[in-house]
Design a protein around this ligand. Structure first.
Ligand SMILES: Cc1cc2nc3c(=O)[nH]c(=O)nc-3n(C[C@H](O)[C@H](O)[C@H](O)COP(=O)(O)OP(=O)(O)OC[C@H]3O[C@@H](n4cnc5c(N)ncnc54)[C@H](O)[C@@H]3O)c2cc1C
Length: 491
């Protein structure tokens, strides 16, 4: 028999778990404080320009497809995507440039001819990256860590015996230097630490598995932009019977005799549910929704991931020299991460420019482009973001002018901004962290909050701030883990 389930939040993880559970016959209601779904995976419109608000890089699309399949629907009836031929364009202050082709032989040739790397270095690196992913990825990313069955599984035991392969005890920077000689290419592979809001000079070498996901498996462009992921999953949910209540803030999870009984809404109304799944940032779930339940000690010490400062610019001309994903690297990468850890920003910043109008032309008027321009910044610690905005904008423009050889400011016809406080308000993400907690601590990946509360029956957690972590694929994985947990329970 299906149970009555409340999902708090319509982030990617919340909408995925809601659809999965409704398809199993549960009565599911999603409560979302915003008038729109998606949380970080939502969109912003400015005149005739459309921007994806947060995530821009789409990897592991089959994990989105899996949600449709688990609901006995065909993904292609809802949602489509195509592989990107160029993964990213890179620019350095010294004038060097690299178009990183999705064709890895072409990419390896460029690394050899333009950066003096061995022709075989890339494939050796990616072989190792794949091995780490195969050992760790499918086991730890797809399973709950608070179940004995995960740890006693033969595959897990086999992986643990090969722990030396993980490079757990060296940093990502050190692991990358073992394969590449040129400072630029080491920097390029160090960048993958930012995919979970971490610092390449502290995060474990284990994370050199991330390039495997993008380079061996590819990066994709969803038809209609990243927002199509959110919209299609919401449509799927509706088809499976999910009820969405937008503009509805949940203010408390009701608990009696160590068991959830329902939720309280901001207007004071109470609703009764058998199970509750919180897709709200775990830190805030404890702070705001569970006032009588002390948070686990480890949550207090968890280091938050970095945040982002984003400009959404309407640009009045096209730039054929740019692609969908573009990175303009800073000259001193360690200084940039040191500054973030001190709560500051470096003088020379790495700037990311994403242009979806390159593959989704309706995102900008003809002959123009929609630029999502982001730099990594510290999470909000009471900064004066108005002052910071002026400083960051000046540095970003200086960087782009130098690399593109023109006055970029004169090309901007519209501007929207998202700072860490804006991000925190829009998605209720503590400190405006992009990915929940950082993975700077060597064990952080294994120490994230589990997906089920150990003391309160029928309370579950999903999303970027809990196991297995942030980013669209991992959020989908946490949805799958919670779905399976509930599926295995007798109610
Ligand atoms: C700028 C930026 C760039 C990123 N880039 C990438 C990328 O390129 N690729 C990638 O894979 N990932 C990227 N990420 C990370 C990715 O976006 C997130 O990990 C993921 O979208 C988080 O999803 P979630 O399910 O945790 O929910 P969230 O997106 O955090 O949404 C939570 C939702 O719950 C709602 N909510 C919270 N509390 C309540 C409450 N009490 N009552 C009602 N509603 C509530 C919020 O309003 C929000 O809508 C990026 C993130 C950001 C911010």
């Amino acid at each position: 028999m299906g149970s009555k389930i409340a999902v708090i939040g319509s982030g990617i993880s919340g909408i995925a778990v809601a659809a999965r559970l409704a398809a199993r016959g549960h009565e599911v209601v999603v409560f979302e404080k915003n008038s729109f779904p998606g949380g970080k995976l939502s969109e912003i419109r400015a005149g005739e320009f459309r921007f994806d608000a947060g995530p821009s890089l789409f990897t592991m699309p089959q994990w989105v497809d899996d949600v449709f399949v688990s609901c006995s629907e065909s993904p292609r009836d809802f949602f489509n995507y195509k592989p990107l031929p160029v993964l990213c364009k890179y620019f350095w202050n010294n004038g060097k440039k690299l178009e990183f082709s999705a064709d890895l032989d072409t990419a390896a040739k460029r690394l050899e001819e333009d950066f003096g790397e061995d022709r075989g270095a890339l494939s050796k690196y990616l072989k190792k990256s794949r091995k780490k992913y195969d050992l760790v990825g499918e086991i730890f990313l797809k399973k709950p860590l608070n179940q004995w069955s995960t740890w006693w599984d033969q595959k897990t035991i086999k992986s643990l015996f090969q722990i030396f392969e993980f490079e757990l005890f060296s940093t990502l920077n050190a692991a990358n230097k073992r394969f590449f000689n040129s400072g630029e290419i080491v920097q390029l592979f160090n960048r993958y630490a930012t995919y979970n809001g971490s610092n390449p000079y502290r995060i474990s070498g284990m994370f050199s598995m991330i390039p495997h996901i993008e380079m061996n498996r590819g990066a994709y462009a969803p038809e209609g932009g990243m927002i199509a992921i959110t919209n299609s999953l919401v449509e799927l949910g509706k088809r499976c019977g999910v009820e969405y209540q937008f503009g509805t803030l949940v203010s408390e999870i009701l608990v009696k005799d160590s068991r959830v009984t329902g939720i309280r809404l901001k207007d004071g109304g109470e609703m009764y549910f058998d199970r509750i799944i919180s897709n709200m940032d775990i830190k805030l779930t404890y702070e705001k929704l569970l006032p009588d339940c002390p948070p686990p000690a480890k949550l207090k010490y968890e280091e938050r991931s970095s945040s982002g400062f984003i400009f959404y610019w309407g640009i009045k001309r096209e730039f054929p020299e740019l692609d969908v994903h573009n990175i303009f690297f800073s000259e001193n990468y360690p200084a940039e991460f040191n500054a973030i850890e001190k709560g500051e920003i470096a003088d020379d910043l790495t700037v990311y420019v994403n242009i979806t109008s390159k593959y989704n032309p309706t995102d900008a008027p003809r002959g123009m482009e929609n630029w999502f321009v982001m730099v990594n910044v510290p999470g909000d610690r009471g900064h004066d973001w108005v002052k910071m905005r002026a400083k960051i904008r000046k540095r970003v423009i200086r960087k782009l002018n130098k690399n593109l050889g023109l006055d970029i400011e004169s090309q901007i016809v519209s501007e929207e901004v998202m700072d860490p406080t804006g991000l925190a308000r829009r998605t209720l993400s503590a400190d405006g962290a992009l990915y929940g907690s950082s993975s700077n601590n060597m064990w952080a990946a294994f120490l994230r909050q589990f997906n089920r509360h150990s003391g309160i029956k029928n309370l579950y957690f999903c999303g970027g701030s809990v196991h297995p972590g942030g980013g669209i694929p991992l959020c989908l994985s946490s949805a799958e883990i919670v779905d399976k947990m509930i599926g295995e329970e007798t109610f």
